[in-house]
Design a protein around this ligand. Sequence first.
Ligand code: MLT
Length: 403
Amino acid sequence: MFELNQDYLKLPGSYLFSTIGKKVAAFSAAHPDKKIIRLGIGDVTLPLAPAVIRALHEAVDEMGQAETFRGYAPDLGYDFLRNAIAQEYRSLNCDIAADEIFVSDGAKGDSANIQEIFAKESRIAVCDPVYPVYVDSNVMAGRTGTWNPDTQTWSDVIYMPCTGENGFVPELPKETPDLIYLCFPNNPTGGTLTKDELQVWVDYANKNGAVILFDAAYEAYISEPGVPHSIYACEGARTCAIELKSFSKNAGFTGLRLGYTVVPKELKRGNTAVHALWARRHGTKYNGAPYIVQRAGEAVLSPEGKKQTAEQVAYYMRNAGTIKKGLADAGFTVYGGVNSPYVWLKTPEGMSSWAFFDELLERLNIVGTPGSGFGPSGEGYFRLTGFGTYENTLEAIGRIRSF
Ligand code: MLT
């Protein structure tokens, strides 16, 4: 008789954004006349940039001709895209070669899958609050111990609280982890690390033989100098860090799907390069991102594509700024929104994150994300995203002012 994977059964509830989606769908079905404004999941609203659309059309035409048709993509990515990405790293003065870049269908999958190449006994450390995929994927892998419903924590996970008190900057953990998940600019708090602060983590990882899994999905939103655009801007990162990147947030590929993971060849245990294991995993389990999508990614990195996508980022940042100012004017305590499309706010009058979620949905018909969904230190906080339309953002802020 078959048995189920007991580690999956340990997962409490459903995935955060599935839970929210179900709640919103139920409300919408019960109140079809209400205009719901969705500032919850970080999903983009602007159409793809013209340079991207042109590249897609051209690639589709190639697929329709025998001479230019392509079958399976190289499992690690087409050279034209890997070279274009490596060029981006060079322009940031980061030493990354094209064959250290693994093209994929997005950073969500990569950030969930990367743990597979590390020992099951590895201790993971995460910021709290945190993008739920990092923890949930380790639960599925049987690495997190037991769930404590009272503290909303796993016994074998090292949590690094990030709150208003510490400026949303994690402190080095007291117990030594093997794998350290960092995401900066941060989802969900919108916080950042300076290069000096990130260097502390790189030095710590090298000293302790840990690996940093650095999620840089929101890098395009950095507006302040001193905030590093890649962990490889830090000295020594090539021996301790893996970087995860996405085309979703900088170029609106949430529906198209494209991302990549950088694994430097110097990252080793003994004589074995982590690079070799990730290549083995990729080759076995993945048949490569579609040709037409990789051509679209190449177009994002062209001069025209960069200009057009920078305008999209500016549009979303205007929304984030509008949310931040509007909420601050209305008396809310707000964070983020400067190097990040996310605005992180304190719920009013000590309301719980989910109570505030329900109130916003039911009274004002606005969807956000409850901070506690990202971890126990997110309780009493709430996330709104700048990824809506400008008009809806203005309307939402008008409604929240009347809260
Ligand atoms: C979020 O809202 O946190 C993100 O959109 C989720 C994701 O990128 O998968």
